[in-house]
Design a protein around this ligand. Sequence first.
Ligand code: NI
Ligand code: MN
Length: 232
Amino acid sequence: MTKITWLGHSTFLVGVDDGPWILIDPWFTGNPSYPADFSLESVDLLLITHGHPDHIGDALAVAERFSPEIVCNYEISHWLGSKGVGRAVGMNKGGCYHTQGVRISMTQAQHSSSIAEDGKLIYGGEPAGFVVRQPDGRAFYHAGDTNVFSDMQLIRRLYGPALAFLPIGDLFTMGPKEAALACEFLQPSVVIPMHYGTFPVLSGTPDKLRGELGPDSTVVVPPLAPGGSYAW
Ligand code: NI
Ligand code: MN
């Protein structure tokens, strides 16, 4: 059983069945939807989809506390290295990286990426998503921040993720209508919505997504609140 805990926004802790504790897009500080009573105990692997503060915000703190292996794009790995982080693995889209019993594939995302530092924006490489293949053969997909794109069909063909974390908040990413089309391209069994509700402008909701999917859809959109877990 894989245990997925939503830490608000796009931050997830995934305890992979017979595998590592994976933290994705760490953002606690200043995250209005971070569950205040949550205590993070273990991180073996840290995945970062892009450089925006709501995805990388606590990466340095997590690196310092847990010394996880960090997987991200080349530019962010270089930036982390400049901050003294020793275990950052840079990769790029289309590539895969085997570690700790999982296979991580970096996928396209249609968005932007930069790192905010001292009031300036530093080039943050290109935004990405990740597909993680677990030791049990099942794969999940964290889309990062993205619009829907037709090459999600390639992600399905190549990796067939049965569970997808998809942004639905609108404004900075796709909203429910676009996410429903993403479901058509990806054909996952389970979709965990993210990047919504953190601020009022991120107005997409799981109910709107369910509405867009329609009554005949077989996609499961489990009810999940920040701090809550889903057993997969
Ligand atoms: Ni972003
Ligand atoms: Mn974001």
